[in-house]
Design a protein around this ligand. Structure first.
Ligand code: SF4
Ligand code: SF4
Length: 189
């Protein structure tokens, strides 16, 4: 089997001692210590630390929810189109691409609807094992119908392993309806 030899960079003595990186790290810590003592820590206004200095989020009363960036990757969910139709066409691309093998799609018959004449299949069942999912977003990237999205849900607490497997009903309940194109590659379809 053909392979490409990997060229590894050569480290100098200074690199191998890690002194520069160590000093850089301590510098960042020192900077935050000074900002904290001066009452200028980033996010101070948002979290109102009881001590008056530094930033301390009082979890779970205070949460990140409102402050999560647009690109945040939380739990994957399924979404319906604006007409209420399931966007998923059961192509199983997400199942094949998922590196953690967290997805299991069982193809079934399509829902009777005038707006889905080109659709051949719909998922009879769709399961995502949240103990396996690594929130990589590959399923979202691979889906040709924009049917699966990574939501901003990050707080997943379970009392037993069976509850970690989310079924189709749960995934649609969490995902809800999503506006916009159904087919992201062909806007005229
Ligand atoms: S986010 Fe990644 S690991 Fe999770 S279900 Fe999608 S492809 Fe699989
Ligand atoms: S979620 Fe998307 S990629 Fe996965 S089976 Fe449905 S249509 Fe295919």
């Amino acid at each position: 089997m053909a392979y490409l030899p990997l060229k590894r960079p050569k480290f100098s003595l200074l690199d191998r001692l890690y002194v520069v990186e160590l000093v850089k790290g301590l510098g960042i810590t020192l900077k935050h210590l000074v900002l904290s003592l001066l009452g200028k820590s980033r996010g101070k206004k948002d979290f109102n630390s009881p001590s008056g200095v530094g930033v301390c989020m009082q979890f779970p009363e205070q949460r990140w929810d409102e402050r999560l960036p647009e690109y945040y990757r939380g739990a994957p969910v399924l979404v319906r189109g604006e007409d209420g139709r399931e966007r998923c066409v059961s192509c199983q691309l997400c199942e094949f691409i998922c590196p953690a093998r967290a997805i299991k799609v069982t193809p079934g018959a399509v829902e009777p609807s005038a707006s889905c004449q080109k659709q051949e299949k719909a998922p009879a069942e769709f399961e995502i094992d949240m103990l396996r999912c690594i929130y990589c977003g590959m399923c979202q990237e691979a889906c040709p119908e924009q049917a699966i999205f990574l939501s901003k849900e990050y707080l997943i607490t379970l009392t037993d392993r069976d509850r970690a497997v989310r079924n189709k009903e749960t995934l649609y309940r969490l995902g809800g309806m999503r506006k916009g194109l159904v087919n992201k590659w062909n806007q005229y379809k």
